[in-house]
Design a protein around this ligand. Structure first.
Ligand SMILES: [Zn+2]
Length: 306
């Protein structure tokens, strides 16, 4: 990562990397559209009010580079958000290797012999057990962890409440199964692969206590802070973002929190308000500049740029 642009923050200019940004590629969009008979790309784009992604992933990557530059963000994850779309994010990371990390969704139940060669340039394999109907403890996930261990890569495990906004808006069914979403289920596999960094997004998305229990037991577990964290409304009593951060810092510490926004589409682009809210909350609870640098970028680089 040669270029370290910064953005203003309560601590002064801060080098920011976003650990959670969806790359809604042309392939991703076409895949969703094909799931609804009669729907066209143009009609879907119009209905959503989104700019349709260019056909070439490099072009969409260029748009994100421009957007990150505009916001003073020096690097970000790019998440391929349907299985089989890793080619889009690896094309993007190859075009801009200093700016992006390739994350790619995989359905381990559909694998026949380990991860395909198309994963050779992927940094993080993303598992969504509730979406694809398997337990993270199932043997089908082993090849993913074996791949991560062999190539020093990370595994992202979505836990908690899963709602894919774009599916809802397009009227696509989301036959997910929340039984497979408890972070406690990650315990045994995290212990079995202690060198594989595991990322649980959105502080466990409703399973905050369980995500903290997991992080406390497994030093390879990291929590991403992304999204507006609507799961806080499931919590008994009134939980604020400040309290979430204070608690997460107490248990997981500053080296295992990864700032993320959950940005995804244009014209909205990079979700600046998420940064502002999280930076404010962390500053107000007295987070040091060193810890802020870790949470907002250095931790991601440490676990992925090895
Ligand atoms: Zn997301």
């Amino acid at each position: 990562m040669s270029e370290r642009i910064t953005r203003p923050s309560p601590w002064g200019p801060l080098a920011v990397a976003d650990a959670h940004l969806h790359f809604f590629s042309h392939h991703f969009f076409s895949t969703l559209v094909s799931q609804k008979p009669g729907l066209t790309l143009e009609a879907a784009g119009e209905h959503l009010g989104w700019a349709l992604p260019p056909q070439a992933p490099e072009k969409l990557a260029e748009a994100w580079v421009h957007e990150l530059d505009r916001n003073g963000v020096f690097a970000s994850a790019l998440i391929a958000s349907v299985p089989g779309d890793e080619g889009s994010v690896t094309a993007a990371t190859q075009a801009f290797p200093d700016r992006f990390f390739a994350y790619a969704m995989v359905n381990p139940r559909a694998l026949t012999a380990g991860l395909p060669a198309t994963f050779s340039k992927v940094h993080v394999a993303c598992l969504f057990p509730a979406m694809h109907g398997y337990s993270i403890q199932d043997d089908c996930t082993r090849p993913v962890f074996e791949w991560a261990q062999a190539h020093r890569r990370a595994v992202f495990v979505h836990c908690g409440v899963l709602s894919v906004g774009v599916r809802k808006k397009l009227g696509l069914p989301s036959p997910f199964d929340m039984r497979f979403s408890n972070p406690v289920d990650v315990h045994a596999i995290a212990l079995r692969y202690p060198e594989v960094p595991i990322i649980v997004p959105h502080f466990g998305a409703g399973y905050f206590r369980e995500a903290l229990m997991l992080a406390d037991q497994c030093s390879n577990v990291h929590l991403d802070t992304s999204s507006s964290n609507q799961w806080m409304r499931y919590q008994a009593g009134h939980l604020t973002l400040r309290e979430v951060f204070r608690h997460a810092l107490e248990v997981a510490g500053p080296k295992r929190l990864l700032f993320g926004t959950d940005s995804s589409f244009f014209p909205r682009g990079w979700h600046q308000a998420i940064f502002e809210d999280q930076a404010k909350a962390l500053y107000e609870i007295g987070t040091s500049e060193a810890d802020a640098r870790a949470i907002f970028g250095e931790n991601l680089l440490r676990i992925l740029a090895a």
